[in-house]
Design a protein. Structure first.
Ligand code: HMG
Ligand code: MG
Length: 300
């Protein structure tokens, strides 16, 4: 049987959050509807954070209310605190994401508190999510390097992973926020995280592509046993609190790689190429996906 890889499309959240110009709600909704139709099992659809911190995500409730949901598709939302969690539950998110960092400096810049404080803040969020019966995911930023502190010790990643698991996370994202990691380092970090979590079922690779390493890192993570990856259509995005960081690895490139490896994703690459072309036009920038560009040219 062909092995299945779960792809979590994060373009509507991680991708769009970094756009300076406000992307209107209708465009966000259409993007999610197109991604749903293309077959993603899981789409990161919204972020219930402070609109002062990330104005682009201020319309999360309207976005969640406007999308056409496919039964079985998981629509996720970021929840930094109880206020975010309550908004996500009201918006009927299927999964909520608490996001911590393996670097103190990044934790301060991104969520305005220390790692310890963030875990304490997540305790009631996790408990309320469990109580409501929604999935809980924990993201570990700067797992492969930090824009403020440089190298991240592997032990710091494992420590945060353990603490997020103790809160009840169903899945953990090993996130290369600024795309600096290389393949051997990815395997080293994953091996260590594998001592506390099941790499096949509980761990995802969330790789930004700033240094062009993301596809190599995905292959390295596959070899390590990881079967869940995050990607962003057209390679949209970046992190507002990680200067210079570019978008997530492009979904089109990831699908081209995985399908070429004979792996199954259940996602229609052709439809994603069209969606990548469409959203790039909507936000007025060229696609960051090499495969997307090449495949779109072949169609033209
Ligand atoms: P704070 O300023 O310390 O907290 O922010 P606060 O409680 O004093 O709140 C400040 C203001 O925001 C208040 O409004 C609150 O009411 C409001 P004011 O009284 O001044 O008018 N507020 C909220 N509004 C709506 N929804 C909420 C909410 N919470 C407070 N949930 C806080 C702390 C965590 C809120 C803030 O730092 C924040 O929102 N940070 C989010 C930053 C962010 O979204 N970063 C990007 C996402 S993470 C990411 O991209 C990384 C990832 O992709 C993995 C990777 O690549 O590394 C996941
Ligand atoms: Mg990210």
């Amino acid at each position: 049987m062909t092995e299945h890889i779960k792809i979590v499309e994060v373009g509507p959240r991680d991708g769009l959050q970094n756009e300076k110009q406000f992307v209107d709600t209708a465009t966000k909704i259409e993007l999610i509807n197109r991604l749903t139709a293309a077959g993603f099992p899981n789409i990161e659809a919204a972020s219930f954070v402070s609109p002062k911190w990330v104005p682009q995500m201020a319309d999360g409730s309207q976005v969640m209310a406007g999308i056409q949901r496919q039964p079985g598709t998981i629509y996720s939302a970021l929840t930094p605190n109880m206020r975010g969690l309550e908004a996500a539950l009201a918006a009927q998110a299927d999964e909520v994401v608490i996001f911590a960092a393996a670097s103190e400096a990044f934790s301060q810049r991104n969520i305005n508190c220390s790692i310890d404080e963030s875990i304490t803040r997540f305790e009631p969020v996790a408990a309320a999510a469990k109580n409501a019966g929604v999935r809980l995911r924990g993201s570990i930023s700067c797992a492969l390097g930090c824009p403020y502190q440089g190298q991240t010790p592997v032990a710091a990643v494992v420590d945060v992973a353990e603490r997020l698991l103790r809160l009840g996370c169903d899945e953990l994202d090993v996130a290369d926020t600024i795309g600096v990691g290389t393949a051997a380092q990815v395997q080293q970090v994953l091996q260590a995280v594998g001592s506390v979590a099941n790499l096949q079922t509980q761990v995802s690779g969330h790789f930004h592509d700033t240094y062009g390493q993301a596809l190599a890192n995905i292959l390295a993570a596959l070899e390590s046993g990881v079967r869940i990856f995050h990607s962003s259509v057209a390679g949209l995005g970046g992190c507002p609190y990680a200067k210079g960081a570019t978008g997530n690895v492009a979904t089109e490139d990831v699908l081209y790689l995985l399908h070429g490896q004979g792996l199954h994703t259940g996602i229609d690459l052709d439809a994603i190429v069209d969606t990548g072309t469409w959203i790039s036009q909507q936000i007025g920038r060229p696609t960051a996906s090499r495969a997307g560009r090449a495949l779109a040219l072949k169609k033209a």
